[in-house]
Design a protein around this ligand. Structure first.
Ligand code: BQZ
Length: 692
């Protein structure tokens, strides 16, 4: 533990020194409308019931080789016995190309690397659709992009139905009955309760994607009624919002029969040993998802084979998925775009604006192997400041002084008007893609309201005056402003900037911010880290500033809603509880927390729209984070795949790997490639040698 004394006294001086503050009205300006950019296709909007239902079918089918090589050999029960009483049935009318055929592979290329298979213990599998494919969750939201706005409610998934009590404080959920993990072990409420009691509620465990007790509301409880029934009890009445938090990222139970014996509560393991108990080399980790990891070659590839107990079928009773195999080539995110466009990969979320022009050019050729389709502007970046003043991330004297500056509105205003957003966007890509992004909810999304959005345009002179007013003067004449005497020893104002080296866009934007702070007399020092290290430092509060691509809460508001403000000790991305366990909220943050909690507690749409206008005004007026740029993403999928829903956004309620519903994708027989690496095999025993 680093010994240091907070310069609270000195740093606290900054807050009291407000010699000069330019009247707010002179700093705000008219927000330019984003350049016209129409998404290339619209979804066919439907009701939830048009997509799927749960019911028993008269007969079920599987690939012929599963029958001949496994069932007939007595290695597997017949498919009807491997399915739940009422499997999830995808309706043919919602399948763009109808009932599919078995065979082929989807070849993903990803930039992440697997830490291991203990997703609920906090391990990443490398992103890029791996965890999305493995982790089936109580509800599902990715496909909601195609659901009619006035009927929006998360899709049933592992929870096949639910009902609210009269007073709206209790939610009874009915789990799918008879579904099994990919090793044949029954899925039931025991898996749900292990996830809730021993991973979400246990503060020593940080599930991946960050579920905390407050994600589901302060004081919320969950209990098991019977093996297939659970009951939530909420303080608010009818907080339907939490159904979104029961989807991917935050309520995807793990295989308790495998994980529980390794948990410190049930073993002599430490929490670190629990988290790391299933390294990437551990094959055939039981999943509820459509494919099981059967091969891992470091820095090369992860291969997955179809789950013989997958609990979803099409209307003709064909057990899904249609695709027998999944590849995740372990490369870079930029290479994902290149390979998808070239045809050696099958899928990409085109999200790094620097590669748009080349990707568009290549995809426009008749011979292009992949279709590229732009959606709405749902990719956005912001500069976030660590707003903790009471020890989150264990700051030393300089870091504490920076945090006190971050907590000062005039300082945040100075930074935001020193950023030339137009130039920043053009530094990524020219053309109608990027838009000036002032922070807050994204333009063009459901709850966005321009009139509630306060914009502080580029104004370097005013920025300099604001810092003069904070007594940040260059006292030693080296071109860098100094802290006032008594604060961090009057040293140069140096600020570290965390960014993710897995993406060129992240570091390009970070470099842009660093360059734009120089004329202001602030030295910003790059702290560029690879994805996992960056994520860990960010979640531990070990940063001064961070340039980050934002989450789906800024697009949909209803997904990851708890992260919109510090509604709990560990819900915000850039302001969490300090050493005393409290979050030292600034006054406007308390207002944001109150608005978000009211939003969650009401299902009155008019009220929700009004609350989000308040949120947007408080957020942007106070420069809660410094918006940088916003632009559209494009889905690139190899042309041989069928059943890709029209207008699938790369990012909205979730990433496209969820939204396209990969378990329904198929390749017509005459177009199938010979890409399977383990043809006609199924996963082996958990921890065994890959495919059996
Ligand atoms: C999409 C996504 C699927 C995580 C990750 C990665 C991590 C973050 C984020 C994106 C990657 C791809 O995003 O960039 O297009 O395939 O995986 O999960 O950025 O570093 O922590 O939140 O989803």
């Amino acid at each position: 533990m680093r010994k240091h004394t907070y310069a609270l006294g000195g740093a606290g001086l900054l807050l009291s020194v407000s010699m000069l503050a330019i009247p707010a009205q002179e700093l705000t300006g008219e927000l330019p409308d984003p350049p016209e950019f129409a998404a290339q296709s619209e979804p066919n909007f439907v009701s939830v019931g048009d997509i799927l239902e749960f019911k028993a079918l008269p007969e079920y089918h599987e690939p012929d080789w599963v029958t001949s090589k496994y069932v007939d050999e007595g290695k597997l029960p017949p498919v009807a016995e491997r399915l739940p009483k009422e499997p999830l049935v995808y309706k043919t009318a919602n399948m763009p190309d109808g009932v599919g055929v078995y065979g082929d592979t989807m070849r993903h290329v990803i930039g992440g690397r697997p830490e291991g298979w203990n997703y609920i213990g906090g391990q990443s599998q490398g992103w890029g659709g791996i965890d999305i494919g493995l982790s089936e969750c109580l509800t599902r939201t990715g496909p909601l992009f195609q659901v009619k706005a006035d009927e929006l409610e998360p899709l049933p998934n592992l929870a096949k139905s639910w009902e609210w009590s009269e007073d709206g404080h209790e939610l009874t959920m009915h789990l799918i009955e008879g579904a099994k993990w990919s090793d044949g072990d029954p899925f039931d409420a025991e898996d749900v309760m292990f996830y809730w009691n021993d991973n979400v509620l246990d503060s020593n465990v940080s599930p991946l994607n960050g579920a905390t007790p407050e994600t589901f509301g302060e004081g919320t409880t969950l209990e098991q009624v019977d093996p297939y029934t659970i009951k939530w009890t909420f303080k608010e009445a009818f907080p339907k919002q939490y159904l979104y938090a029961m989807a991917y990222g935050t309520f995807c139970p793990g295989p308790s029969h495998i994980l529980k014996p390794e948990h410190p509560k049930y073993s002599d393991n430490t929490y670190e040993q629990y988290k790391n108990a299933f390294p990437p080399e551990y094959m055939n980790m039981p999943v509820m998802g459509a494919w099981v990891p059967v091969e891992y070659r470091p820095d090369d590839i992860i291969v997955m084979r179809r789950n013989p107990y997958y609990w979803k079928v099409d209307e003709e009773g064909n057990q899904l998925p249609y695709l027998n195999e999944m590849h995740y080539r372990l490369s870079t995110w930029a290479d994902r775009d290149v390979q998808a466009v070239a045809g050696s990969g099958d899928f990409s979320n085109l999200e790094q604006a620097e590669s748009y022009v080349e990707s568009l050019r290549r995809s426009a050729e008749d011979s292009a192997p992949a279709r590229l389709q732009f959606g709405a502007r749902t990719i956005g970046y912001a500069l976030r400041m660590n707003l903790s003043g009471n020890g989150w991330g264990d700051p030393d004297e300089r870091e504490q002084a920076v945090r006190e500056l971050n907590r000062n509105l005039d300082f945040r205003k100075a930074v935001t008007i020193a950023v030339d957003r137009q130039r920043l966007g053009e530094s990524l890509v020219r053309g109608p893609f990027t838009a000036i992004y002032p922070g807050g909810l994204y333009a063009g999304t459901a709850f966005y309201d321009k009139a509630s959005t306060v914009y502080y345009p580029f104004n370097l002179d005013a920025a300099k005056s604001l810092l003069d007013g904070l007594d940040l003067k260059d006292t030693d004449g080296n071109g860098i402003r100094n802290f006032p005497e008594g604060t961090a020893g009057g040293a140069d104002v140096e600020i570290t900037l965390l960014a993710n080296t897995d993406y060129g866009t992240d570091t390009n934007l970070a470099e842009g911010v660093i360059a734009m702070m120089e004329p202001l007399g602030i030295r910003v020092i790059a702290n560029f880290q690879s994805g996992t290290a960056r994520d860990d430092m960010s979640q531990a509060g070990q940063f001064d500033w961070s340039v980050e691509r934002q989450g789906s809460e800024m697009v949909s508001v209803v997904q990851n809603t708890a992260t919109l403000a510090p509604t709990g000790p560990r819900t915000s991305y850039f302001h969490r509880a300090g050493t005393d366990g409290t979050v030292d909220l600034l006054p406007f943050e308390q207002e944001l927390v109150d608005v978000v909690n009211k939003f969650i507690a009401t299902s009155d749409n008019a009220e929700r729209v009004e609350l989000m206008k308040q949120y947007q005004k408080i957020y942007t007026e106070n420069v809660y984070s410094v918006g940088l740029t916003q632009y559209p993403g494009a889905l690139i999928i190899n042309k041989r795949f069928a059943n890709v829903p029209a207008g699938t956004p790369i990012f909205m309620f979730n990433w496209a790997e969820d939204s396209v519903m990969r378990e329904r994708l198929y390749v017509p027989e005459d177009k199938q490639g010979n890409y399977e690496l383990f043809p006609e095999t199924l996963p082996g025993e958990p921890g065994g040698e890959g495919p059996a």
